[in-house]
Design a protein around this ligand. Sequence first.
Ligand SMILES: Cc1ncc(COP(=O)(O)O)c(C=O)c1O
Length: 402
Amino acid sequence: MGISKARGDFPTMRKGRGVYLDSACQSLRPDSVIRAMTEYYEEYPGCGGRSVHEMSARVSLETDETREKLASFFGTKDPNCCIFTKNTTESINTVAFGLGLKKGDAVVTTDTEHNSNHVPWLVLAESVGIERRYSVSGADGEFDIESFKSRMDSGVKLVSVHHASNVTGCVLPVKDITEIAHDSGSKVLIDGSQAAPHMKVDLGRIGADFYAVSMHKMLGPAGMGVMYGSQEALEELRPLTFGGGTVGLATYGRADMAPIPERFESGLQNYSGIVGAKAAVEYLEKIGMDNVAAQDRKLMRRMAAGVSGVRGLKIVGPEDPDRRVGAFSFNIDGLGSHDVAMMLDRIDKIMIRSGMHCAHPFYESRGIEGSARASVYLYNDDGDVDRFAKALAKVAETFGNH
Ligand SMILES: Cc1ncc(COP(=O)(O)O)c(C=O)c1O
């Protein structure tokens, strides 16, 4: 399937609902994903892994197939290592509170994490007394491997870093990070929520113990995430929640844990989300992740060229568009980011995000109130980017401080 035709597969694009440049928050969904979810509700709205009737059997089968699809898409051999969660936040929390971290154990992150990879560690610092260490990024927000190395020693029990930043769009060398962390005896968790939609993620090559993604950022249903864990890492992890579905046999006195992955999937699951996730991955496979990455790069370059003359423009992140995956964060002198976002929406139905993007410490430490962020995905085209650049120039010219 050619990427140039992809746009027509998205209902909101066909209906001309405006220029959607907020995919780093949540992507649009193609027909096939919507169809798969509707089909679940219309044809076999049963419960997986419990009842033995036909509808339920189909749900179990679809669930197994989704796991297999995810495993091959992410380059892992064992489908049971893909755990269904709500989102990246839940996956990170599952790891954070399941590792059994003790007082004095150190956790290393970067200073550019989303709150979902920051707040759980803060809570553990307060409640358990873990030690927090941050690798410090450069002025433009790029990861500094020397700073990271300087934080590592045998006291570090976990390195938990993003793969691509939702603020700067920068990509971290997660394979190198994993090797350095493993060499000093630490486990590794990667927040892949912003990387997985845009590039081929080969978990076998990266070698991390855990990798978290949000399907709603990669054409899948809202509230659907996947937590990958290596077999060994999952065996050592205590589940976050317990109850139905997580046990083999329970008596009044004790409960035997179910095998992996069921042990981590308590209660009734989001089955329409699961089949929708499969359809999303199938769609991405058809397009090809190399084509997705090439399209992103082309659009980011065009956007950079288009806004280069905008008065009072301040980029948050590197200037070079090739160093930003999918997301372009910026400010206009004299204007708040929410004002910029609202004006773009009013002027030409251009939808972007504004504020601190749940990366509060990054902005706070740099004394920036927030930023506007335009993020692209495979269904965007040159016309979208040009409309954005034109409207932004108008906003800056009319209301900016110059
Ligand atoms: C880098 C990063 N990490 C984590 C998250 C949290 O993802 P979710 O809300 O799907 O849990 C986001 C969401 O935008 C993100 O951009």
